[in-house]
Design a protein around this ligand. Structure first.
Ligand SMILES: Cc1ncc(C[n+]2csc(CCOP(=O)(O)OP(=O)(O)O)c2C)c(N)n1
Ligand code: SF4
Length: 302
């Protein structure tokens, strides 16, 4: 694993961006861009990242950015990739779509799935803060079972989240990863690897969002890590036909460490305030997580 000292000093997102304190998406893009470098064109659909960039004419990103409509990240990135190919520049310039979970799991899945099926040459990042953050924390297909949002019943979401990264892996694309912004060195390594792959690459980054998760900004990284330590968020990659667990999730899968108690993660977050009062619903939350572990273990072959 790369050491902190070995990380490139180049910064492509400047201080003074407009994210909330403790925003995981910002940690993730900082380290993803350190890996991809300056020869990168970004496309960003409507989401927190459209705001994080700053207000025109200022921009915290040192890269060309095509800000686009909510549902179009996959289509916009396909257009940029086609243009670069026509100009013979597709080998020198990375194309990356950077979209939220609403723009990926829900409204953007059609354009993304089409682009993946065509094996379009680009990286698609879904930074998953588990709600529609930019418009005030509405529920998305990524919001966990039992979490409160402004469009769920007071007792929280009634459905389990969609396994988006697994759905993308099953498209047969050459690279898929599920990682967390709480581990920036792994973010850097994942994008360094994805950079050299040709074709559609899908990376989902679990992105801590203290505003939506209703937790302390200074504990943001702690909660990102707790999601992995309790097994709620699973880190893995699929390279070619090979599935692998990553980081701490690998050690959990191999039985080298035990998952921390689920309540360590749920209890301090305001969005789970009503869920934790109902033991049956906590069990249902856990059932959903265990189901995903079992499916992934079969894919990995352990
Ligand atoms: C067609 C359409 N519907 C609704 C909106 C309003 N809108 C802008 S950003 C956003 C939420 C984006 O959520 P997500 O993709 O999860 O990213 P986040 O804001 O959480 O970063 C919505 C609903 C829009 N721009 N276009
Ligand atoms: S609402 Fe969440 S994802 Fe959006 S800028 Fe704030 S912390 Fe980041």
């Amino acid at each position: 694993m790369v050491t902190i000292k070995e990380l490139p000093r180049d910064e492509y997102i400047e201080l003074g961006h407009a994210a909330c304190a403790g925003c995981g998406a910002t940690i993730a893009i900082r380290h993803a861009l350190k890996a991809l470098g300056g020869n990168t064109i970004l496309t960003v659909p409507a989401c927190c990242m459209s705001v994080i960039q700053g207000l025109f004419p200022k921009n915290a990103l040192h890269l060309p950015v095509l800000n686009t409509a909510f549902e179009t990240a996959g289509a916009a990135a396909s257009g940029i990739a086609a243009g670069l190919k026509f100009m013979g520049k597709d080998k020198d310039i990375n194309v990356m779509a950077w979209a939220g979970d609403g723009g990926t799991y829900d409204i953007g899945i059609q354009a993304l799935s089409g682009a993946a099926e065509r094996q379009t040459n680009f990286i698609y990042t879904c930074y998953n803060n588990e709600s529609y953050g930019n418009t005030g924390q509405q529920r998305s297909g990524a919001t966990p079972y039992g979490a409160f949002s402004t469009t769920t019943p007071i007792i929280g979401k009634q459905e389990h989240r969609k396994p988006m990264a697994r759905i993308m892996a099953e498209h047969g694309i050459p690279y898929t990863a599920s990682i967390s912004a709480a581990y920036p060195r792994l973010v850097f390594e994942t994008y360094s690897k994805a950079k050299d792959v040709v074709g559609t690459r899908f990376i989902e980054v679990h992105a801590m969002c203290p505003t939506g998760w209703r937790c302390a900004t200074w504990d943001s990284v702690k909660f990102g890590k707790l999601a992995v330590e309790t097994g709620v968020w699973i880190m893995w990659e699929k390279e070619g036909d090979e599935w692998r667990f990553l980081g701490l999730s690998k050690r959990i899968a191999e039985g080298k460490i035990k998952r921390k108690p689920l309540m360590d993660y749920l209890k301090p977050q305001g969005r789970f305030r009503t869920l934790i009062k109902d033991p049956e619903r906590v069990k249902e939350f856990e059932r959903g997580i265990n189901r995903e572990w079992e499916i992934l273990k079969k894919r990995v072959g352990c």
